[in-house]
Design a protein around this ligand. Structure first.
Ligand SMILES: [Zn+2]
Length: 498
């Protein structure tokens, strides 16, 4: 979802700044109001504008650990703001951002300036921006800034979803919010001694706009509230406007360079469901006290422990997979609701034996670092049409043209029996494996150093594995009906590798 964030909407930060979020500077004035830290001064000094431009230093937003959520109930966590990879964090502003007026961000040619620098200031716990405005195109802003007016600004961010502070519910749009976020956003929740807010997962920031003043914004909010159509339905509870609804109303669109997740709407829907279940499992692992100990929780506990046993997979079974044309194989597995565990998938896709695959540092890196956030990572990575199609099953005509011999079929049947997500079959398997006792935990390799090549290889295969499972969901529903992938099935699909 896309979110809108207004400068000055985080009250403790605004108070700390004495109300000044924007500092004007150009190449013949000294910096007017002093920015309080050396880091900020350096940021300005490195970006003194040329004659055609003026500069504005913004304190864009504060880390919520220090300044709390903003007035929209959005929490911006420090690790995400600080993150320096390509995929998310404060600095994505520079790559994807322009300076617009009122979020007219469809066409970069309409930009009235550019974002020169974006950084997280770790001493002051806040994100900062250096904007250059074009003295002609942003004439109005130039005049106001020079006169010492506090230029209001607003930012856009793309997140795969956000997480409720009370129940950890992950939602990829405000329509799917839990009751806390939906009806009590920003309110105090005595049972948890916490405010209700939503934590934004791995934000990608992509535009900064000059916006009208606060009084006009209130008028625009009223306009959304009294809008005659859908917008009103989507808008709010008790007059609260969620930031994704505001973003939609402001006309914010994601630039092409930031197309994330999936191109196909079907795939995107599965990706969101799988991410949501994955986030739930993550909370069970990291924060078990906050998760309700209900039947869903119990089912996961059993499934994760007993439903699948990767070590049962044999080299002969792997060879059997290779004897079948790939798209025919994917159809065969989907028809039987069977999905490959990560080790055989890794071996299959890197053309190695199970033994070699299990010793491959890339495999071990992926297992250790990537599998618990497989879908959430895919949801915030750039969309990739090729990988979305890679695991599509063959048509029935092609299947008929590629018969599978008896010996191979026998091996595949066992693979399917061991790895189906059909709940009835899984329950039997859980009973059997329970009777055998706790599965042997594989020996953890000691903290090995991984090379860049090994890490990249791990990332490529992990991403492919996520899309293998997404294609699997699509194919199972097509062959076995909508109800064949329910909540329990989604938990099983995740617990197989997570
Ligand atoms: Zn909640």
């Amino acid at each position: 979802l896309n979110k809108i964030i207004y400068t000055g909407d985080q009250d403790p930060l605004l108070a700390a700044l004495d109300g000044v979020v924007a500092t004007y500077f150009d190449n013949d004035h000294s910096i007017k109001s002093a920015s309080s830290s050396a880091f900020s001064k350096k940021l300005i000094a490195d970006h003194i504008p040329d004659d055609k431009h003026f500069g504005v230093h913004y304190v864009a937003l504060g880390a919520s650990e220090y300044f709390g959520p903003n007035r929209n109930g959005d929490w911006w966590n420090e690790p995400s703001l600080k993150h320096e990879g390509d995929d998310y964090g404060m600095h994505t502003f520079v790559k994807h951002g322009h300076y617009f007026r009122e979020h007219r961000n469809r066409d970069p040619k309409q930009a009235i300036g550019s974002i020169r620098a974006a950084a997280y200031n770790p001493e002051m716990h806040r994100g900062e921006l250096i904007i250059w405005g074009d003295k002609d195109k942003a004439e109005k802003e130039y005049r106001e800034a020079k006169a010492g007016k506090n230029l209001d600004g607003s930012m856009s961010a793309r997140v795969a979803g956000d997480v409720c502070s009370i129940c950890n519910h992950f939602a990829s749009k405000s329509k799917d919010y839990c009751v806390h976020a939906k009806e009590h956003m920003t309110q105090w929740w005595p049972k948890k001694s916490k405010f209700v807010y939503v934590d934004n997962v791995k934000p990608k920031f992509f535009d900064f706009s000059a916006v009208e003043n606060r009084a006009d914004r209130i008028a625009r909010h009223l306009e959304i509230m009294f809008h005659p159509d859908d917008m009103k339905k989507a808008a709010s509870y008790n007059g609260f406007l969620f930031s994704d609804v505001q973003a939609a109303h402001a006309g914010i669109v994601l630039p092409d360079s930031l197309r994330v997740g999936c191109y196909s709407p079907d795939n995107q829907a599965w990706l969101e469901k799988l991410s949501s279940v994955e986030a739930y499992i993550g909370h069970i692992r990291t924060d078990p006290d906050t998760v309700a100990k209900d039947s869903r929780y119990e089912f996961f506990k059993q499934a994760a422990t007993y439903a699948f046993d990767e070590s049962e997979f044999t080299e002969q079974q792997l060879d059997a997979l290779r004897k079948v044309e790939p798209s025919v194989l994917f159809g065969y597995l989907a028809k039987r609701a069977a999905v490959l565990p990560f080790l055989p998938f890794f071996a299959y896709s890197t053309n190695q034996t199970l033994k070699l695959a299990s010793e491959d540092p890339a495999y071990n890196y992926a297992k250790k670092n990537l599998l618990t956030t497989l879908f959430q990572d895919a949801a915030s990575a750039p969309a990739d049409a090729e990988i979305e199609q890679m695991f599509t099953p063959a048509s029935s005509i092609k299947v008929a043209a590629c018969p599978i011999d008896d010996a191979t079929e026998k091996l595949l049947e066992k693979v399917c029996a061991d790895n189906t997500i059909e709940v009835g079959v899984v329950r039997n398997r859980i009973l059997q494996l329970c009777a055998k006792g706790q599965p042997v935990q594989q020996q953890e390799k000691s903290a090995a150093e991984f090379t860049v090549d090994q890490i990249n290889k791990a990332k490529v295969v992990a991403k492919a594995y996520a899309f293998f499972k997404i294609a699997f969901c699509n194919a199972v529903v097509e062959k076995r009906g909508e109800e064949s992938i329910d909540d329990a099935a989604l938990l099983l699909i995740n617990s197989q590798h997570n």
